[in-house]
Design a protein around this ligand. Structure first.
Ligand SMILES: NCCC[C@H](NC(=O)CCC(=O)O)C(=O)O
Ligand SMILES: NC(=O)OP(=O)(O)O
Length: 319
């Protein structure tokens, strides 16, 4: 694996998941793979899980890490070409990416959708600029359109807990006070379909995801109906794609509640976290024995570790 920007960088998905589950059984087997190598984690937005699970994954591989919080520590970056840099942005991505790539063997970046301009977010300007100007392999830690490390952790979690070969997985929109990106939902939908699971997406009208993310999933506007027979309920809020970045509904009836879970096939509950309790999901659901939110977050270590393993192996073979 040269870089990890999206599902497109995965050659063999079942093999990647199998490898992650093997690593989880014995996380220190490849502790020499990262020796004398280093990774820079660049954050343009906050993080708990991605930051710490990435450092833990690197630690397990003997890889050193440095963290740059662009918001509080770095110069504000300009991504547009040909502009006169006479505003608040002190450094251009052309120099920043080239410099960081000259210091480190692997570079990982988090840059959320700004939700102001759909074309800009969906062009993946930040990830693509890093890929273009940084000589080191690049890893997506949540970008304008996707969160592939999360989707891989979700897939690992479902593989561990499924009781049938092709489980019914339901991605449900849930209310939130703020406008959130579509990234997690986009990636989850793509990865679940790549894994050949039976995916239903449920949301109020106006919250349709981009066509490439919906793919062949069933779209059901009646949440109660969508929940019927589900093996996994995956809750997430996202803002509108068609009326870009807007909050069209805060309807509390879309919250995941214990009463609704009764319609499922004793489904397990999932969420990428952080989650707003009693806004997205009722305490009774997230605190139930069917909740997988903590094992799911734990698997973020192994999704990053398997990606790093494949990238480090590629670096080794190309030198
Ligand atoms: N990394 C996983 C989710 C990150 C982000 N959530 C958030 O910003 C939640 C913020 C809040 O609840 O205020 C998102 O939806 O893409
Ligand atoms: N799920 C996830 O990416 O969490 P953080 O935003 O805390 O990294």
């Amino acid at each position: 694996m040269k870089s990890f920007l999206s599902l497109n960088d995965v050659e063999n998905l079942p093999a990647l998941v199998k490898d992650a589950l093997e690593i989880k059984k014995n996380p220190h087997v490849y502790k020499d793979l990262g020796r004398n190598k280093s990774m820079c984690l660049i954050f343009l937005n906050p993080s708990l899980r991605t930051r710490l699970s990435s450092q833990k994954a690197a630690f397990n591989l003997g890889l050193q890490t440095a963290v740059l919080d662009v918001g509080s520590q770095g110069w504000q970056l300009e991504f547009a070409d040909g502009v006169k840099m006479d505003s608040d942005k002190a450094e251009h991505i052309r120099e920043a990416a080239a410099v960081i790539g000259s210091y480190f063997d692997v570079v990982a970046i988090r840059a959320f959708a700004k939700l102001e301009n759909r074309e800009e977010d969906y062009s993946e300007q930040v990830m693509e600029s890093f890929k273009k100007f940084c000589p080191a392999p690049v890893i997506n830690m949540e970008s304008g359109t996707g969160h592939p490390l999360q989707a891989l952790a979700d897939l690992i979690t479902i593989e561990e807990h499924k009781t049938v070969e092709k489980p019914k997985v339901v991605l449900t929109w849930a209310p939130h006070l703020k406008a959130l990106p579509q990234a997690v939902a986009n990636s989850f939908s793509r990865w679940m379909q790549a894994a050949d699971f039976d995916l239903t997406i449920t949301h109020p009208k106006g919250y349709e995801l981009v066509d490439e993310a919906v793919g062949n999933a069933t779209v059901e506007y009646d949440q109660q109906k969508a929940f019927e027979g589900a093996d996994f309920i995956y809750a997430k809020n996202w803002s509108s794609y068609s009326q870009y970045g807007q909050v069209l509904s805060k309807d509390p009836n879309w919250m995941v509640m214990a009463e609704k879970m009764k319609r499922t096939n004793n489904a397990r509950f999932m969420h990428c976290l952080p989650v707003r309790r009693n806004v997205i999901v009722e305490d009774a659901v997230i605190d139930s024995n069917n909740s997988l939110v903590i094992p799911e977050a734990t698997n973020r270590i192994y999704s990053m570790q398997v990606v790093l393993k494949h990238i480090l192996e590629e670096l080794k073979s190309s030198h």
